[in-house]
Design a protein around this ligand. Structure first.
Ligand code: ARG
Length: 427
């Protein structure tokens, strides 16, 4: 649905700051409401929205005369999807040495474009796990102020790295051109980085416990930070009421991060059975990006991915999927995290089918992206299900995603906070 801003004649926008006065009602009619907790579907439902919140659900729910009415024509209504691992300021066609040419303002501009694309793909909340110059925090502010469209963002600000490590201090540049100031070595230096992230508005902390695939001169098996440093980061973050997301591919880094008590392990590619068992008993979320390997191995070279990174991806891609299957079978908490930005924004939902291919039911994959992530984000009271009192973050698709989860790759209707950003139902 498009609305025209009266003050700016002829400018039609697909987003807006809240356009309605307090108390305005929107009624979604004739929806097949999916209960993501149970997988049950209630047909012919109306959902009433007021001040950005869901206020009533049922077949007999009515709205007042001035309400906006939207007929969903039987489409399947789900809570907005969420992604626990994106990089909105990154572009999938700019890898390797191309990254050296991107300034922070340029990355921020990409972030604005990618936020819109991500929201229109049905992702109404994302965790942004690392951005240059706190661009993710300013993007979050611009979205929350209604200046640009985008999902709710939980931003990690600047990822915390050891000297030369993945998360911001790996470099292809020679020694003479070294960039100072991104790394932290030692528990107090690491604590200082946590405090700095808090100072500039981060909503959570990200650090890297192993090398990475896409960073030069890092080893995916090698642990980054000692257990002592990881404990310091986690302790400092908890003191500041911030959750901790940890990049880790290799088994030692994963195990140390679990011992340090972090909230989620990102990638978790080479997680051992013993670490899975510990994640299960602690309730640690595993945010395994099991789709992205397809993109890196097929499109990566043309997008500038370094030869050494392609070699690392070949080592880890399939192995990660096997470990994902083991984690699912063990009953681990699985987040839905894609690393979008490495591959094109807006195609986040391609990961659903991959998760089903590697051991989940469609309902479990949808749960990861809704109630699962909501729990990980500490937002279970606000998002993750179609429940009275939660935000009206809602999406709709014409076919049943519990039968074929890939229908989520093309979302026809997107509402965030009660505002409609996309409605192609019936087109
Ligand atoms: N950002 C990650 C890294 O550089 C991407 C890893 C992608 N590969 C994978 N199999 N999940 O390490």
């Amino acid at each position: 649905m498009k609305r025209t801003l009266g003050a700016v004649a002829a400018l039609t926008v697909t987003f807006q700051a809240p356009a309605f006065a307090d108390g305005h009602q929107t009624l979604l009619q004739n929806a097949s409401v999916i209960d993501v907790e149970t997988g049950s579907i209630a047909e012919d439902q109306n959902v009433l929205i007021e001040d950005g919140m869901i206020t009533a659900i049922g077949s007999r729910v009515r709205a007042n005369g001035s309400a906006t009415r939207i007929d969903l024509d039987g489409a399947y209504l789900l809570p907005g999807l969420t992604d626990s691992h994106v990089h909105l300021t990154s572009r999938a066609d700019k890898h390797g040495l191309r990254r050296l040419l991107i300034s922070t303002p340029r990355a921020a501009i990409s972030g604005v474009a990618n936020a819109k694309i991500t929201l229109e793909a049905g992702f109404t909340t994302v965790r942004n796990l690392g951005a240059p110059g706190y661009a993710d925090i300013d993007l979050r502010k611009a979205i929350d102020e209604g200046e640009v469209p985008g999902p709710r963002i939980l931003g990690a600000g600047q990822g915390i790295s050891i000297t030369g490590g993945h998360c911001g201090d790996a470099t292809s540049l020679p020694y003479e051109d070294k960039v100072e100031g991104r790394a932290a070595d030692g528990p107090w230096a690491a604590r200082q980085k946590v405090r700095e992230n808090k100072k500039y508005g981060a909503d959570l902390i990200k650090f890297c416990a192993t090398g990475g695939v896409l960073s030069p001169n890092t080893t995916i098996n090698a642990q980054q930070f000692s257990l002592e440093e990881m404990k310091a980061i986690t302790d400092e973050a908890q003191a500041l009421d911030l959750k901790v997301a940890v990049h880790a591919h290799g088994p030692r880094g994963i195990q140390s991060a679990l011992d340090a008590g972090v909230d989620s392990i990102e990638h978790a590619s080479m997680i051992t059975d013993a670490s899975i068992a510990q994640a299960v008993s602690q309730g640690t979320y595993l945010s395994m990006d099991v789709y992205v390997s397809d993109y890196i191995l097929s499109e990566g070279e043309a997008a500038g991915v370094l030869a050494e990174s392609l070699a690392k991806e070949r080592q880890v891609g399939r192995f990660q999927r096997e470990r994902f299957k083991a984690a699912v079978e063990a009953g681990a908490n699985i987040a839905f995290g894609t690393d979008a930005g490495v591959y094109p924004h807006g195609t986040n939902a391609r990961q659903f089918a991959k998760m089903v291919e590697w051991g989940m039911t469609p309902l479990q994959a949808i749960q990861a992206s809704t109630i699962g992530n909501a729990d990980l984000f500490g937002m279970s009271d606000e998002i993750g299900s179609i429940t009275v009192g939660k935000y009206a973050d809602l999406i709709a698709v014409p076919e049943n995603p519990l039968s074929d989860v890939s229908v989520l790759e093309h979302v026809d209707f997107v509402m965030k906070n009660g505002d409609v950003y996309k409605n192609e139902l019936g087109d």
